[in-house]
Design a protein around this ligand. Structure first.
Ligand code: DAT
Ligand code: MG
Length: 151
């Protein structure tokens, strides 16, 4: 079963959008298997965004993700990485399509509300930064046959 790391970022927390964003994932049928409300340290942010080190926006990215508390989630479903990213929309709200999280709630070119892993390798690395294996809760959704029946 595929997993992805989602971060509801400081702007979304401050704008009190947590519930509305999680609702998008729940409505889609994606399973929450872990969550943590936390303040990301600069060290952890540097590990998370290691692939962006050296890019012009790297410092502002670290400032942004450490600027306030975030809600970190692990979602699980067949194909969850691509589905979550489609629900999120393009990187910045000023370009993202209406109907997506960033398209519906964001207008900024800097603050973009949410992070989602972009590959299985990234997901495994990122989940390991925020959670121990025993914090990923193993359970069945009662309706999973109806949700994922043809996968
Ligand atoms: P995404 O979050 O859609 O996966 P990404 O992985 O390419 O986008 O970039 C990670 C974050 O870095 C993104 O959420 C916002 C920031 N970012 C990316 N490209 C940027 C740019 N050209 N200018 C400023 N910030 C940027
Ligand atoms: Mg990315």
């Amino acid at each position: 079963m595929e997993r992805t790391l989602i971060i509801i970022k400081p702007d979304a927390v401050q704008r009190q959008l947590i519930g509305r964003i999680i609702t998008r994932f729940e409505e889609k049928g994606l399973q929450i298997i872990a969550s943590r409300f936390m303040h990301i340290t600069r060290d952890l942010a540097a590990q998370h965004y290691a692939v962006h080190k050296g890019k012009p926006f790297y410092d502002s990215l670290l400032n942004y993700i450490t600027s306030g508390p975030v809600l970190v989630l692990v979602l699980q479903a067949p194909g969850v990485i691509a589905m979550a990213r489609k629900l999120m929309g393009k990187t910045f709200g000023n370009e993202a399509e209406p109907g997506t999280i960033r398209g519906d709630f964001g207008a900024s070119r800097g603050f973009n509300l949410i992070h989602g892993s972009d590959s299985p390798e990234a997901a495994q690395y990122e989940i390991g930064l925020y959670f121990n294996d025993n914090e990923l809760v193993n359970y069945h959704l009662a309706n999973e046959h109806w949700l994922y029946g043809d996968n």
